[in-house]
Design a protein around this ligand. Structure first.
Ligand code: GDP
Length: 695
């Protein structure tokens, strides 16, 4: 059998996450009533649970959209707050607290908010109904409130009191109906009284005759009529014949109230003839009225969904060429692209590239060592100028084997290189280079638009690399250990290093020249010559102190003097480099490894080349191959194993264009599901009508 209201409520749930146009609104029953009219008691009697927040200070500040779903299979009442992702709450005290907190979240000065609270209650005892409890706007409107607040309240009420909604106007029997704020409001929204059901509460507080006259109200006739209810039993003590035992829990309270109500109306049966009374009848009436409005809403809703879907599909085709996209697909695509790029990287960034990075760094260290130990000028030690043996002397030495000074110098230099901590240095270099490469890969994918994902990729790379950092650094350091004691050189190695160091010196010369020319450009050739001549004259006079006040120094600022000193340094360094370059290139001595003391540039290059090759051997296996194997797995772990559906959605929607694409697709999917649903309902409804006609 088709339960139309249930089906339409399901349809409403499908559409709930979508902001839809006014034409897609499905009918609901809106409950209004002034404070203490018994509004909460009526709602709770319908649900059979005490769940609404109580208190005098505007406890309802937001509309509560209450969906009741009759679930015959359920063992008990359960409540869901879909927007809060809270489901299957069986403790209604907790429901009351959540509602209280959600309402309290609206500051007192704002009084109300039009952002509805959605709650679904599923139970075998509730009918399928869609109800809305509005903030106590009626009493607010009567109070002395600012104009804009009144307007805000009116707009909110208008939205809910407009068709196709049904108005449940609650008035207490012991208050003159002419003063009923609920009826006053419903008269404005529904002047002909087509959509209003009048509820008269607290019938037990007036004489049955008076109650009857209210229920057959002629002054404000309602097409859907009035219903009289007693939704609160008097406490034990009073009327103890009707209510003999004190209830101990919420459920028993409702059973007691129902018993009291049905006994009351049974006892005064004669007085109430021709009227509708009792909560049970109220529920029946609500089900019937809502079902009828749902049936009326069926066709326009069907049309509205069709139209909305057509528009959305068209937009989806025009803007995104019908390309399917979900947050999961978007994430998976991006991670796949990144993995593919990492695979490519493993071909382009391998042993050879590692070698170049490390050798380049060690070349720099070799140049620093040479500058510090070989290419220096006389220096001062304890106030005395120490003249180091000149490199020219080194080049001309014929029998160097006995010269302890040059031997020691080379040993010390070689030691500085082998003991500089190649393990850490090389592991660091490779780690940083890989992290940078991965950063570049990310910048070539759409992930660059997602700060959170960019960070997660970096973290994945770092965690894979750091897992191996210390063991790799230690292993590399261990393997180069023998070079700290002895370096054996083959002829081929010597020749290669000789070529290397010639290139290195050439490059150093080029750089030196570049800096010198820059300096000349900055200061001006003539001026630089003047200051250099002045400084050289001082040098010849053996005075290194520059007296800026002397006549010759006039016109030279301290900055200019500094530039002049730099120029002399560069000029001397250049001439030294040139002579060493010439020596390495042309001297027969440098072709033989036995002459290593005279060719420290070549020897140190041999050392750095050996260190590089040995370190790379381990770095390649321990760090690089391991990284290429584990990084894609770490990406899966970071993105697919740990991110929740919500987080993936948040991630995808960080990119505004993707957000638009996904949301449009979601809207299209929802509308398709809604259309399927409503077409099913329409088909059943039609066959039901056909059957009725045949009968
Ligand atoms: P609301 O402020 O409109 O939500 O009203 P409540 O449901 O909180 O009820 C206000 C007061 O009226 C409470 O003290 C209830 O116990 C009492 N009340 C509600 N319905 C009835 C009823 O049918 N009979 C009697 N005697 N008291 C009722």
């Amino acid at each position: 059998m088709l339960n139309l209201t249930k089906q339409m409520i399901e349809l409403k749930n499908i559409l709930a996450s979508m902001d839809y146009s006014e034409t897609l609104r499905l009918p609901a029953i809106v409950v209004i009533g002034s404070q203490s009219s018994g509004k909460s008691s009526v709602l709770e009697a319908i649900v059979g649970q005490e769940f609404l927040p109580k208190g005098s200070n505007m406890v309802t500040r937001r509309p509560i959209e209450l969906t009741l779903v009759n679930t015959p299979s359920a063992a008990a009442e359960v409540a869901d707050f879909p927007a809060l992702k809270m489901f299957n709450i069986t403790d209604f005290k907790q429901v009351q607290n959540v509602l209280f907190d959600l309402n309290r979240a609206v500051p007192e000065y704002e009084c109300i908010s039009d952002d509805p609270i959605q709650i679904t209650i599923r139970s075998p005892c509730v009918p399928d109904l869609s109800l809305v409890d509005l903030p106590g706007y009626i009493q607010v409107e009567a109070a002395d409130q600012p104009v804009e607040l009144k307007q805000k309240i009116r707009d909110l009420c208008k939205k809910y009191l407009d068709p196709p909604n049904i108005i449940l106007a609650i008035s207490a029997a012991d208050v003159d109906l002419a003063n009923s704020a609920a009826l006053r409001a419903s008269k404005i929204a529904d002047p002909s009284g087509d959509r209003t059901i009048g509820i008269i509460t607290k019938v037990d507080l007036v004489e049955p005759e008076k109650a009857k006259s209210i229920l057959t109200n002629r002054k404000y006739p309602l097409k859907l009529g009035y219903v009289g209810v007693i939704t609160k039993a008097p406490s034990a003590g009073k009327n103890s014949s009707l209510f003999s035992r004190r209830p101990i829990n919420s459920h028993q309270t409702f059973v007691a109230q129902q018993n009291f109500e049905s006994s009351y109306f049974k006892e005064s049966r004669d007085s109430f003839t021709g009227t509708t009374t009792g909560t049970k009848n109220l529920k029946r009436k609500l089900i019937k009225v809502l079902e009828k409005s749902m049936a009326t809403a069926l066709r326009p809703t069907h049309l509205a969904i069709q139209q909305e879907l057509e528009e959305t599909s068209y937009q989806f085709k025009v803007e995104f060429n019908d390309r399917q996209l979900t947050p999961q697909m978007y994430l998976a695509n991006n991670i796949d692209l990144l993995k593919l790029a990492t695979k490519e990287l493993s071909n382009n960034f391998s042993r050879r590239e590692l070698r170049a990075i490390l050798k380049n760094e060690l070349d720099q260290r070799v140049l620093d060592l040479l500058a510090e130990r070989y290419w220096n000028k006389p220096f001062k030690l304890n106030g005395e100028t120490v003249i180091e043996p000149d490199l020219k002397e080194l080049a001309n030495l014929n029998n160097i084997n006995g010269d302890v000074y040059w031997h020691r110098k080379l040993d010390l230099s070689s030691n500085s290189l082998t003991k500089l901590g190649v393990g850490r240095l090389s592991t660091n270099l490779v780690t940083n280079a890989l992290i940078m490469e991965i950063g570049n890969l990310v910048d070539n994918t759409q992930l660059r638009n997602h700060p959170m994902a960019k960070r997660a990729v970096q973290e994945a790379a770092k965690s894979v690399l750091s897992a191996k950092y210390y063991s790799t650094a230690d292993q590399v350091e261990n393997c180069i250990k023998p070079y700290k004691y002895e370096i054996e050189i083959e002829d081929r190695e010597w020749q290669l290093s000789r070529e290397n160091s010639i290139c290195l010196l050439k490059e150093e010369m080029r750089q030196c020249e570049e800096v010198y020319n820059d300096l000349k450009k900055q200061v001006g050739g003539r001026k630089l010559n003047q200051v250099v001549t002045y400084l050289e004259k001082l040098h010849q006079q053996n005075t290194s102190e520059v007296d800026l006040n002397s006549n010759e120094a006039l016109g030279f600022s301290s900055n200019l003097i500094k530039k002049g000193q730099d120029a002399i340094f560069l000029r001397d360094r250049l001439s030294l480099l040139k002579s060493r370059h010439q020596f390495l290139k042309s001297s027969k001595k440098c072709k033989k490894k036995e002459n290593k003391y005279q060719c420290p540039e070549v020897y140190l290059d041999v050392v750095s080349s050996k260190l590089t090759s040995t370190a790379i051997l381990f770095l390649n296996v321990e760090l690089l191959s391991d990284f290429y194997y584990n990084f894609p797995r770490e990406l899966d772990k970071k993105f697919f194993d740990t991110l929740s559906t919500e987080e993936i959605e948040l991630f995808a929607k960080e990119d505004p264009k993707i957000k638009k694409h996904i949301e449009l697709q979601e809207r299209k999917d929802l509308l398709e599901a809604a259309l399927n649903k409503i077409e099913g309902v329409v088909a059943i409804q039609r066959s039901k009508l056909n059957r009725l006609n045949e009968e």
